[in-house]
Design a protein around this ligand. Structure first.
Ligand code: NAP
Length: 476
């Protein structure tokens, strides 16, 4: 923490104690720091304060909200290096990736600072001569969010920025493993002049309790969740009682397909980026590779060579590309999966050996069949299972044979095939000859049990707006 220059980013830190949560560094198991967690009564108070703040916030002109958000964006970017270091300490990702995430997270603040000024309504041709019809857009109200540890800043700003731009107040429960980044960006919002209760962070030792409070509280009108399908399912059920507007960004099981006409060098680069970013711990990570028989050997040999050269280590070390997994449980889960894969007939081509602490060697598995049960789950680690295919129709059936539908990727140079496959893949997002697809400019989200709702793009703002229809009568 000595290398964090702006000490105000650490103002939340406290002494260890009964009401303090310890934040561990996954690279070496040391405690990064302690932060206080709130009681349920305190969280309830935060929600009520959020409600009062929202009433004033929505009255501020969109342009004024936008100016505040721009100042917040600038503060985040001015502190990019400190925020990235904090992220690497609590989350483990390599510093270069953390720098990228800070910029990516900030880009949502910038984008929605603009989009908030464009929350246009419509005028509608009337159905009788004496009436005039129109719609206006209004904020949903108090918005709450629950976010995961794998993108400790971007998963918050992707929700907070559109909410604030729309005129909602926003209250977030970050993952208990990565709350320091959440408090740091909150501090920067305060420094930028964001009214205190409009944007709040709450932390409690029990995520279930916060989930209960958020879903049952009548004042909260919107709940946006990013995390596992298991928890999302539970939150949807709990939200039914208050008929809450919900958005769900859930798990993924991305197929990565390489057709026989693909540019293999490009495909290998895309596969590396898609699979190994954040040590394989992203919802859009390639989970299963399907490579055409005609180029299978070539792809596997080039990909394996590239995987062998990936540098594993603490995210703060120069040149490291694969940091630790988030905790020891995640590492144990990955090794259970690798062992199961081998029992079912898969071959380890590289990696597969446990390293110290939370580290896992990047691993490539071949002799994998689509029917193997280990493939039914999100791997969420640096393991790449590769299958062979010969028939496009069969391949598409297998690619879509999953409960998930977040992201899919394929490589081909045939324009007819590209359109046909892009349309046939049952996923919310498709990368075509590209392994990294996320940007604030485009709608991010899934279908099937990967959730519903979109974040980023024009659609991201809509998630925090209601459409009100106005009918003017008696016009002679
Ligand atoms: P998780 O266990 O579902 O946790 C996500 C968040 O939910 C954390 O803040 C967690 O709190 C909280 N939580 C856990 N149980 C809860 C409950 N019963 N009620 C309310 N909140 C609860 O997921 P994860 O393991 O952290 O994250 C990985 C998952 O997120 C993967 O499935 C990944 O695909 C998905 N993800 C999806 C997207 C997307 O955009 N679709 C993006 C990133 C990640 P604690 O931290 O305190 O446990």
């Amino acid at each position: 923490m000595d290398n964090i220059k702006n000490k105000s980013l650490l103002s939340i830190l406290c002494e260890p104690g009964e009401h303090a949560l310890a934040i561990d560094n996954p690279a070496d198991g040391s405690v990064v720091g302690y932060i206080p967690w709130q009681s349920e009564a305190e969280i309830d108070q935060c929600i009520n304060k959020s409600c009062l703040a929202q009433k004033l916030w929505q009255k501020r002109p969109a342009k004024e909200r936008s100016c505040l958000m721009y100042r917040w964006y600038e503060r985040v970017m001015d502190n990019q290096a400190d925020l990235a270091r904090l992220m690497t300490l609590e989350q483990g990702k390599p510093l270069a990736e953390a720098m990228g995430e800070v910029a990516y997270g900030a880009s949502f603040i910038q984008w929605f600072a603009e989009e908030g000024k464009r929350a246009y309504g419509t005028t509608i041709p009337g159905h009788t001569g004496d009436r005039r019809l129109m719609t206006i857009k209004q904020p949903v109200g108090v918005a709450a969010a629950i976010t995961p540890w794998n993108f400790p800043i971007a998963m918050i700003t992707r929700k907070a920025a559109p909410a604030l731009a729309a005129g909602c107040s926003f209250i977030v429960k970050p993952a208990n493993q990565t709350p320091l980044c959440a408090y740091a960006i909150l501090e920067l919002a305060r420094q930028a002049g964001m009214p205190e209760d409009v944007l709040q962070v709450v932390v409690h030792h029990s995520p279930e309790q916060v989930g209960d409070l958020f879903t049952h509280h009548p004042v909260i009108r919107k709940l946006s969740f990013t995390g596992s399908t298991r928890v999302g399912r539970r939150l949807i059920a709990q939200s039914a009682e208050t008929i809450k507007n919900t958005s769900m960004e859930l798990g993924g099981d991305a197929p990565f397909i390489v057709f026989d006409d693909a540019d293999i060098v490009q495909a290998v680069q895309g596969a590396l980026a898609s699979k190994f970013r954040n040590a394989g711990q992203t919802c859009v990570c390639a989970n299963r590779f399907y490579v055409h028989d005609a180029i299978y050997d070539q792809f596997v040999s080039q990909f394996t060579e590239a995987v062998k050269s990936l540098k594993v280590g603490s995210g703060l070390e120069d040149g490291v590309q694969i940091g630790p997994l988030i905790d020891v449980q995640a590492k144990e889960r990955i090794f259970r999966t690798i062992n199961l894969a081998v029992e079912q007939g898969a071959t380890i081509v590289t990696g597969g050996k446990p390293l110290d602490g939370c580290f896992v060697e990047p691993t490539v598995l071949t002799d994998v069949q689509h029917s193997m049960s280990f493939l039914r789950e999100e791997l969420f680690g640096p393991v790449a299972p590769i299958m062979r295919f010969t028939n496009d129709e069969e391949l598409l059936e297998q690619a879509n044979d999953t409960i998930y539908g977040l992201a899919a990727y394929f490589y081909s140079r045939d324009i007819s095939r590209i359109w046909q496959v892009a349309e046939a893949l049952d996923y919310g997002m498709v990368g075509i000859n590209e392994g990294i697809i996320s940007t604030e400019l485009a709608p991010f989200g899934g279908v099937k049990q990967s959730g519903f709702g979109r974040e980023g793009g024009q659609e991201g703002l809509e998630a925090y707006l209601e459409t009100k229809y106005l009918c003017f009568g008696g016009i002679q």
